[in-house]
Design a protein around this ligand. Sequence first.
Ligand SMILES: [Ca+2]
Ligand SMILES: [Ca+2]
Ligand SMILES: [Ca+2]
Length: 300
Amino acid sequence: MATTRRILLIGSAVFAAIASGSPSVAAPDPDEQIAFVRFNSLFLMNADGSDQQPFGVDGGQPDWHPSGDVVAYVQHDAENNSSEIFVTRPDAPDAIQLTDTPRWDESRPDWSPNGRRIVFDAHKPTSGEGPDVFVMRADGTRRRNLTKDHPAGGSDPVWSPDGTRIAFRDPASDCMSISVMLSTGAGRTCLRPPPLGPNQPHEEPAWSPSGTRIAFVAHTSQPGSTREIFVMRSDGTRLRNLTQSATDESDPSWSTDGGHIAFVSRDPDPDVWIMRANGSEQTNITDNEGIEEWSPTWRP
Ligand SMILES: [Ca+2]
Ligand SMILES: [Ca+2]
Ligand SMILES: [Ca+2]
């Protein structure tokens, strides 16, 4: 988990200097926007990479409310030395803190399709145990552990577009892949055991807007393989490697019409790329050197 669970720290103030946009390239629809993370700050850009602007808050792992007006994100709270979930708006950079749990590190918030709940993962660093999947109301109340009866826990949760199910990274030894459960936490089903590559569960599931497909991140079974973006049907069949590259890919996010997937590729520094949902026309839209971009998420 250490490589994928990125540590978020407050305090970077260099972003204004590097916020100017990269050369723009052909992209799906320049009117669409993508939120992303540059080092440890939230940014917004057009889907062709143009007009890159900081939100004005530090944090990571943004996820848009279905209205497209608000993002939930993760930030390290210096006061209690713990990761917490916040919400903010791109046009009004003040943030509301939803969790306040010094003993727990929260990460990977994902809004329910009706915008009333947030699913996320959290773990206690002192416990030595892995994360569990939790759900809470959009105001941070009624927090509930959805994987408390699943000894292996889970992480990277995402809601199905119809709101009935949650896909997540399932590290159980009989799965090591993406599992799906009802939004109540019942009925866990592993979609694709065993993993493609050794010692690394499939992770970062992203449900297509139609609900028919799930993109995720995994190694291939080849020796020395890198991480790739795979896609499968939401029943676990018809697996396909979309990236097939010698670099590491991660952080898949579908466009609102399902036609494209934004992702991160390290070449070697992390950039936001987009491709068609069949893997063609892979384009680097933050083409720069030495500047880290992560966590693209298409604005509804
Ligand atoms: Ca916390
Ligand atoms: Ca790769
Ligand atoms: Ca970069």
